[in-house]
Ligand binder design. Structure first.
Ligand SMILES: Nc1ncnc2c1ncn2[C@@H]1O[C@H](COP(=O)(O)OP(=O)(O)OP(=O)(O)O)[C@@H](O)[C@H]1O
Ligand SMILES: [Mg+2]
Length: 503
């Protein structure tokens, strides 16, 4: 019945260019009330650009938009919103110096008249109504929010407008399993209430759990649209990358060498009595739920946070890093979780960003000359298939996933003693993911010690020789690859586990 009506929203023949780059060419997308339409494609395929056109952020060069069959034009974002469309941005802009309540209602339709106290009350009610209490609090300052919480604030911004069409641009890339479950419940509820939903994600499993229809883009062109029940992972991968990919990567472990990193009862305000070892040639995974302290532990290791008690050794020598530059000098490379904020220089070129670590650190260590290293950085940019018109393109103009790839290229090219990777494949497409696994494997084979944080359990399981599971800032357990299953890791990651174990 629903499907015979005009779609809630349709875009037809959409074309959009940025100078020499054709981001979209004759693309069609229709979104129906009460349905979830997944939008898939490799990094740079044009997904975010299409959503930005729906949101009125970009004007198409050609094509037409209709709502309920009627033509519409969105000359500006607020016109799109007045028509009941909301886009959940891939990289939410959070105002750091105001609280969650104000961040939610910033620019909301008709919110200007409220005092900040009234806003806080309204925000708390809305947060509870949509099931996000316990995840965010109306009074928290924007600057204190984790990536997952920032994403939830961005979602709340849309919900308070009660939109008829909501587009999610990779909403789960910074969320842990708990938050993903909350988000999925929310999306199903919106769908049941008749909202038309577009959903961008690189995670196959999510697509099959959520979507009614899948639309695939490749290089700015529409490859096809399929009912989710009539397609499978293999077909979608083929549609996205234009060829088949091997099954999930599984690393063949090598005999590990001497310990490169040793932590003995390391504590500070973020982590509590952490002991762990990473040997040369070993890939060690760190699993845990959001808030377990995994990123904080990585930042402690690289000198972002000071060690208050306990000892840390690198190559057997006690170290006391005062800043990340100390750890870089000791041969530690670190690709942080919030790559855009913490690692990229958006106003500089792809080449400068990719070569940064190489030029600064490796040459200082005296291994190779700068020109050679630049060449190496270029090679990783190629291997990860960074989609960019040229090496001199500003990084800020690349798609979200391609920005991620540039930072990773930088650290993978650096080939340090110890490589610390926090969520290395977040936001990265299927083709580049398997390439990243292969590069990590090769680095380990060359004797690099690798410590990887990942929220994707299949990734931790496929990649790691050994896995530490964190909970509440502590190591809740260590699991050898032979014994590692998703269930085992999850049960260790749950906060109740330790109490049970102690009782
Ligand atoms: N403002 C801009 N200026 C120049 N080029 C741009 C701009 N915005 C997007 N592009 C280019 O348009 C293409 C499509 O980018 P888009 O962000 O839509 O990709 P995407 O499918 O969302 O990828 P990802 O999965 O990495 O987020 C890319 O080649 C990108 O570099
Ligand atoms: Mg995008």
């Amino acid at each position: 019945m629903m499907t015979t009506q005009a779609p809630a929203f349709a875009a037809t023949g959409i074309t959009k260019t940025f100078g020499p780059v054709t981001a979209l060419s004759e693309v069609d997308l229709s979104l129906r009330a009460g349905q979830v339409t997944a939008l898939m494609g490799e990094n740079g395929a044009g997904k975010s650009t299409l959503l930005k056109i729906l949101g009125g952020d970009y004007q198409p060069d050609g094509g037409a938009l209709t709502m309920g069959g009627e033509p519409v034009t969105f000359a500006e974002p607020h016109i799109s919103r007045q028509h009941g469309l909301r886009i959940i941005a891939q990289e939410p802009e959070i105002i750091p110096h105001v609280d969650v309540a104000e961040n939610i209602f910033v620019g909301a339709l008709g919110a200007g008249a409220f005092s900040s106290r009234a806003l806080r009350t309204r925000a708390s009610e809305a947060i509870a109504e949509w099931g996000f209490d316990g995840v965010i609090d109306a009074s928290t300052l924007g600057s204190a929010l984790s990536p997952a919480q920032r994403q939830v604030v961005e979602i709340m911004r849309a919900l308070v407008d009660r939109p008829a069409v909501i587009c999610f641009d990779e909403p789960t890339s910074s969320l842990g399993d708990d938050e993903v479950a909350i988000l999925f419940r929310l999306i199903r509820r919106l769908r049941d209430e008749g909202v038309a939903i577009a959903y961008v994600s690189h995670r196959m499993a999510e697509i099959f759990r959520l979507a009614d229809t899948v639309t695939v883009l490749r290089d700015g062109r529409l490859v096809g649209t399929r009912p989710a029940s009539e397609t499978d992972e293999e077909e979608l991968v083929r549609m996205m990358v234009g060829r088949s990919l091997d099954a999930f990567f599984t690393r063949e472990p090598v005999l590990p060498g001497d310990p490169v990193l040793e932590l003995d009862a390391v504590s500070n305000e973020h982590v509590d009595g952490v002991s762990l070892t990473v040997r040369a040639g070993e890939v060690v995974g760190v699993a845990g739920l959001v808030g377990a302290g995994r990123s904080e532990l990585m930042k402690t290791i690289v000198g972002d946070f000071a060690v208050r008690s306990g000892t840390m050794r690198v190559d057997g020598r006690v170290v006391d890093f005062r800043s990340p530059s100390d750890s870089i000098r000791a041969g530690i490379g670190f690709a942080p979780e919030e790559r855009k904020a913490e690692a990229l220089v958006l106003q500089r070129s792809v080449k400068d960003n990719a070569a940064l670590a190489v030029l600064r650190s490796i040459t200082r260590l005296g291994f190779v000359d700068a020109a050679k290293e630049r060449e190496l950085a270029q090679r990783y940019v190629d291997r990860l298939k960074v989609k960019t018109p040229s090496l001199s393109q500003l990084v800020g103009k690349l798609s979200g996933g391609n920005q991620q790839k540039v930072v990773l290229a930088r650290w993978l090219a650096m080939s340090p003693r110890l490589l610390v990777l926090d969520e290395p494949t977040r936001g990265i497409d299927v083709g580049a993911k398997s390439e990243i696994y292969t590069i990590i494997d090769e680095l380990a084979r060359d004797g690099v010690a690798v410590l990887v944080v990942s929220s994707e359990l299949p990734e931790v399981l496929g990649l790691s020789d050994r896995i530490y599971v964190m909970c509440d800032g502590r190591i809740a357990g260590e699991v050898a690859r032979e014994d590692a299953t998703e269930e085992r890791l999850l049960s260790l990651a749950m906060p109740h586990h330790r109490q049970e174990a102690n009782s």
